[in-house]
Design a protein around this ligand. Structure first.
Ligand code: AHR
Length: 583
């Protein structure tokens, strides 16, 4: 609260809500007075992050440094043994709704993402419902998956839907991912069955790269029409007389790269054609719940990506009745360096800090593309859909490198929380995100090996964040403090807050520091707080993982949270993610 007041007293420029973090994002280059290397070596309080997370504004960087220094003096009271962090929350200042679609998932025909991970076939000894693993479905239901993006990824631009329907399936290849056989036993009907079992919506990516508008249009007619057309009859003959609901349509994937190496202008003309002809005929999706169309967007922050966003958004601003889009996709992986060389397990604090620093760049990337979108769409009608994100590490030894197999550690849980918080802060523009990928691939929720299944630390983050789905974002002001390792400087804590539809308050606080606990004192204004409960996810080491043999190393545990005199107090373990519910 106090921090907010200090900040509000300074002149504000007009940018949407933000994390104020000039140093980490190196936008200090634009400073009138760039911090010298000596200044950079000053104690953390001089460059601490002062997060002002609401719909307020962006402080000029020079103002910020002053504001941070003043605020630091008032907000930090170092405690023995644990760092004290004060937060203030104004419950009456509601922000945007946190779209539940930011907790979306991505499934590609890649490695064991589908085959083995989801699909085992009806004759398998692994318990299944019509070929789909029961254990995986049950786990996914518990995290309330809002939508699943399928069939790719790069795979989508080589996918021909007719191979995946009917009794006799064509056996094809998967040249993108290991060059293995694609049996096509998991096709349209199996995917739709899977998402129905999970309770999620379909986000179908159509083939723009090597397909045709006609092929995509017919796929959509096959899935959605109720009229007695040949395609409708074929769908019924294949076991599904009722039309399917397709909530989201992806028009291509990474069309600037694996999706066909298109220029922005070339893709734009494809987008217009697909947007026009690939129709959803489901009667329930004509007025309400219309299918939303997601165009290919940027894959980074370099000029080629800003030009891409600019081209698509500029055209959209002048679009006519004959084409439209509702979202622009963005892909951004936390890799550290390319090709992926960081290991997913067996690493130390150095790699922990480096990967977290790299993942925090998501904020700047969203800001960059949101700013371009704001120019052409100030009303924020077009969503930014971060429909591929997550950690991408070196493949585990003795695995097919084309299968993108990696372990999932406490570091990934923290990485996931930081990204979800970034999406929540940008809730007015980021209305969809899909972590890559759901099962057995990259930063997975679930790892399987034949009949065995284990839930990853990332899975538990998604579980802990369920209350944030569809909740209203609330501004939280806090001084993040600083965690340093070697030459990497990071905020010590990160936090978001929201109010759910039942009027409950929810806070998430991440302690990034692996060596230092934090004592939190949160002032909650505009809310009659009576009691609080909390759950923490932490583990002995930054690279702790869950395995088939020891599945409960990184699992959430209840911790104590107190409300006294309207204030919330609690202790955060080092390297932890804590979700607090206040009623
Ligand atoms: O998720 C793996 C791959 O990463 C996807 O197929 C592609 O879209 C991206 O480059």
């Amino acid at each position: 609260m106090f921090a907010e007041k200090i900040l509000m007293a300074f002149p504000l420029a007009y940018k949407p809500e933000f994390i104020v973090d000039c140093w980490r994002h190196e936008i200090c280059d634009d400073f009138e007075e760039k911090p010298s290397s000596k200044e950079r070596a000053l104690p953390g309080c001089c460059f601490d992050l002062l997060r002002v997370v609401s719909h307020q504004a962006w402080l000029s960087p020079c103002t910020l440094v002053v504001a941070v220094a003043v605020a630091s003096a008032f907000l930090t009271v170092p405690a023995m043994g644990a760092e004290k962090v004060e937060l203030s929350l104004e419950a009456s200042k509601a922000g945007a709704q946190i779209d539940r679609n930011i907790f979306g998932q991505f499934v590609e025909h890649l490695g064991h993402g589908v085959y083995g991970g989801i699909w085992v076939g009806p004759d398998s000894t692994i318990p299944n419902t019509r070929g789909i693993r029961n254990d995986v479905v049950a786990a996914l239901k518990a995290i309330k998956v809002p939508n699943v993006r399928w069939p790719g990824g790069c795979f989508a631009d080589e996918y021909h839907w007719r191979n995946g329907i009917g009794q006799q399936r064509a056996v094809t290849l998967n040249p993108n991912w290991g060059g293995v056989i694609e049996p096509n036993t998991f096709g349209t009907h199996e995917f739709m069955d899977f998402i129905e079992q999970v309770g999620a919506e379909a986000y179908v990516s159509v083939n723009v790269g090597s397909g045709t508008p006609r092929e995509a249009a017919e796929w959509m007619e096959y899935m959605t029409t109720v009229q007695p057309t040949t395609l409708e009859k074929e769908r019924a003959a294949n076991g599904h007389p009722a039309p399917y609901k397709v909530g989201y349509l992806g028009i291509g994937n990474e069309s600037w790269d694996c999706g066909g190496n298109m220029t922005p202008d070339y893709y734009l003309s494809q987008l217009k054609i697909y947007s026009r002809f690939v129709r959803n005929f489901n009667p329930t999706q004509q007025d309400k719940q219309q299918m939303l169309k997601i165009a290919v967007g940027p894959g980074g922050g370099e000029p080629r990506w800003t030009e891409w966003t600019e081209t698509i958004m500029k055209a959209w601003q002048q679009h006519t009745w004959s084409w439209d889009m509702n979202g622009l996709s963005m892909h951004s992986y936390t890799v550290g360096k390319w090709p992926p060389a960081f290991t997913s397990v067996g690493f130390g604090e150095k790699e922990y800090a480096e990967i977290l620093k790299s993942t925090l760049e998501m904020d700047e990337l969203i800001a960059k593309h949101s700013a371009i979108m704001d120019e052409y769409d100030p009303q924020k009608k077009v969503a930014l859909a971060v429909d591929e994100w997550g950690a991408w590490y070196a493949p585990l030894p003795n695995t097919n490198p084309g299968f993108l197999v990696q372990q999932n550690s406490l570091r990934d849980a923290i990485l996931a929380a930081l990204n979800l918080n970034i999406f929540a802060r940008h809730a007015d523009r980021v209305r969809m995100a899909n972590i890559a990928q759901m099962v057995n691939v990259l930063q997975a929720m679930i790892i399987t090996d034949k009949e065995k299944m284990v839930l990853t630390p990332t899975y538990y983050v998604f579980k802990m964040y369920v209350p944030f789905q569809g909740a209203t974002f609330l501004p939280v002001a806090f001084k993040a403090g600083t965690y340093r390792h070697d030459d990497v400087t990071l905020p010590r804590v990160d936090a978001i807050a929201a109010k759910d539809t039942n009027g409950k308050l929810w806070l998430e606080i991440t302690n990034l520091d692996p060596g230092q606990a934090v004592e939190v004192e949160a002032t909650l204004t505009g809310f009659q707080a009576k009691s609080a409960t909390a759950e923490t996810l932490t583990a002995p080491k930054v690279d702790s993982v869950n395995t088939f043999e020891a599945p409960d190393i990184v699992v959430p545990k209840s911790v104590s949270a107190k409300i006294e005199g309207g204030k919330l107090t609690l202790h955060l373990d080092p390297k932890s993610i804590t979700v607090i519910s206040v009623q």
